[in-house]
Ligand binder design. Sequence first.
Ligand code: NDP
Ligand code: OXD
Length: 310
Amino acid sequence: MSVAVYLPNPDRCEDWCVMLRELLPGWTIEPLDAVQDPAAVDYAVVWRPRTGDLARFANLKATVSIGAGIDHVLADTSLPQGVPIIRTVGADLTQRMREYVALHVLRHHRDMPAMLAAQARGAWFQPVVPPATGRRVGVMGLGNLGKVAATTLAALGFQVTGWARTPREVPGVEVHAGVEGLDAFLAGTEILVNLLPLTPETTGILNAGLFARLAPGAALINAARGPHLVDDDLVAALDAGQLGQATLDVFHVEPLPKDHRFWTDPRITITAHTASLIDPGTGARIIARNLHDFDRDGTVADLADAARGY
Ligand code: NDP
Ligand code: OXD
């Protein structure tokens, strides 16, 4: 079998090739840009491929996203139609995201940014915050990551609501579904966590209209994708006090450009798309297993639905 690997950083691409070669002995694993015979390529393993990269492979059996999201693959307008896309998900990714969400929800809940600002001024600052049981936190997206984030927050004692496309039961979480459930989901939410996939329906969903439906002074945590957020609407909502704080892990352009206004805004905490950064060692093992399973009989647990967009 022949596998073409692409990540924008050539060194990281080479690292992934080395690990996949160890895990898939007998397979040909090479950087996509080194492929001499595109017709022989069976599988592409990619993170943010360039437009046209995948169309070169006429006999592609499947594309593997090095990550849970597949938006970066679907963004290629010349993507070969009908070629299955396999996501990379697993306990490692879920655990990292649950830690990130718990950390930042607790930070906002306990007013940590204001405490750090007070420390910088040498001020003795004693805000009275409600216990978690008095705080309403909403999680958008109840898939692999959102569900675990929501149940983790519920275990910490928060009043947790969740929003998905379709109804379901999640222990300890009040679930709302679909566009018709959005108002009830947002009403009274004081900390909003976004873990939606990026699709045409969810692009720009974090906008002025949505912020207006949250509790005044709410905090936003966006750990999903940059284009979920309308940047100007975030700044306007912070200026108006409709939002109090934001933690952003993802951005329209990554790395976030050096001159972007978010860097110096004290109301915004920035992390560099590290909420649940895939560890290459673990990720390569998941990908090798998925390729092996798919190659055996065309079935694999982590198949994405390209038509749905996630
Ligand atoms: P899943 O595909 O497992 O779950 C997606 C969830 O979103 C589902 O519950 C789905 O509802 C819901 N959803 C999708 N569309 C809508 C909609 N229009 N309205 C309401 N709900 C909707 O995704 P994961 O949990 O694995 O990952 C979520 C996203 O997190 C990824 O797509 C990626 O963008 C991001 N991510 C970010 C990382 C980081 O480090 N910052 C790391 C990994 C992922 P339903 O179940 O009803 O279909
Ligand atoms: C992912 C990511 O989609 O890291 O897995 O963003």
